[in-house]
Design a binder for this molecule. Sequence first.
Ligand code: ATP
Ligand code: MG
Length: 480
Amino acid sequence: MSLTRILVADDEESMRWVLSKALKRKGFSVDLAIDGRQALAMIQDNSYDLAILDIKMPGISGLDLLDKVREQKKELLVVIMTAEASMKNAVEAMKRGAYDYITKPFDLDVIDAIIEKVARAREVAGQVTMLKQELKDRYQVEKNIIGNSPAMREVYKTIGKVAVSDVTVLVQGESGTGKELVARAVHFNSGRLGKPFVAINCAAIPKELLESELFGSEKGAFTGAVERKLGKFEQANQGTLFLDEIGDMPLDLQAKILRVLQEREVTRTGGNQSIPVDVRIVAATNQELMEKVRQKEFREDLFYRLNVVPINLVPLRERREDIPQLVQYFLNRVCTEMDVPTKQCSDEAMTVLTGHSWPGNVRELENAIKRAVILSNDQLLTGDDFSGLEPVSGVEPAGSKDASLEVIVDGKLRACLKGIEQLEKGEIHSMVLEQVERPLIRIILEKTRWNQVKAADILGINRNTLRKKISELGIELKRD
Ligand SMILES: Nc1ncnc2c1ncn2[C@@H]1O[C@H](COP(=O)(O)OP(=O)(O)OP(=O)(O)O)[C@@H](O)[C@H]1O
Ligand SMILES: [Mg+2]
């Protein structure tokens, strides 16, 4: 986005001549207008990058022209030339939205300097727009956080709701469930996009260092503090500070954090000056923070300060319906990154993946896919490529959190429907439903000792419906 087209408007011919010559020599394309009216017409008909307007022209003055430009061509930058070095005119020009002003007579260097400044500003503006778009793309919730389970949909809703405000968010979930991903999504969907997102892992930094990492330190605050250091709060100013593993924050520091959150200012270690900070906090933990509060290991007041809006990330084993989508996503991503054609998962492999208990959650799944893609020479990944994973064995006892009926059925169905081409048109739906319905009714009848009234009650269907189904499904009635 470089600067190319410039309009010069001045009723003084010598001025037009000088400017035009100087600018053309620099390689710009220059148009000239002899008064305000002509300048306005040219501005409306062309797209200039910069207009240099004399303040005093017959017809429309430079300032009136400036007003019109601000209304009609917002992106056009205007430099106003004034004859007398009057402060009033200069102030007026800037107030009405001029980019800069120059007083006549001027040295051509002044023009050069302004043009350079404009060019740089435009370049930066262009880069910022691009960067913002890029960041937005990277962190568009729908593109980067995968999963369509009710639990995840709830998460997206909350991200959307909290993004516009500055409320503090506490993200809780087991390791690898995507807490950092969610924290970033909150930031990159907020008005603080384009401002820093600063993360600090409270568990990874030794206790003695954590304080100065967070709040900064003055030169000489302690041995080794050879220069002033900005803390994470200051680094994150106007942006978002992600306090990761907040559950591991030592109690004395918890008190300090609380004070910063209340007073919105920090004091560097070894300093005595309060520095105001404007920071949005997103905290995360994989521990039961409320339990830590009960154990007096985490300050209750801080907990409530942080937990203004909680986002709870459910373990992957409790939202297995997200697994196929995640698998596809990681296959695409990993293969693209490695620059190999996208591999696919066989049905059998998918059964293994949906059946695994994923103690390491999404991160573990991501790593499993990476490993399989790297190690396998085939286009199609099979169950063997995931043999390191523990499958869920057989049918789980009722009430088990580890595998829902749906997952088991999903796995079995995939296996059964392998030869799908051989099935007759239109018979799958009723065939599958029959095979699920028949055992269901038989089991309930057995449990109620073949009492059809009770069974219908438990099943929640009408007695006549049950009778009809028994005969249609060919269920053999028994009596104990
Ligand atoms: N829903 C998801 N969709 C896509 N990728 C995900 C999802 N959840 C997690 N990931 C990916 O899994 C990995 C782990 O996620 P993240 O680092 O956010 O987890 P975490 O909860 O912060 O884990 P820990 O507690 O171990 O720090 C990352 O590579 C992340 O991109
Ligand atoms: Mg994390």
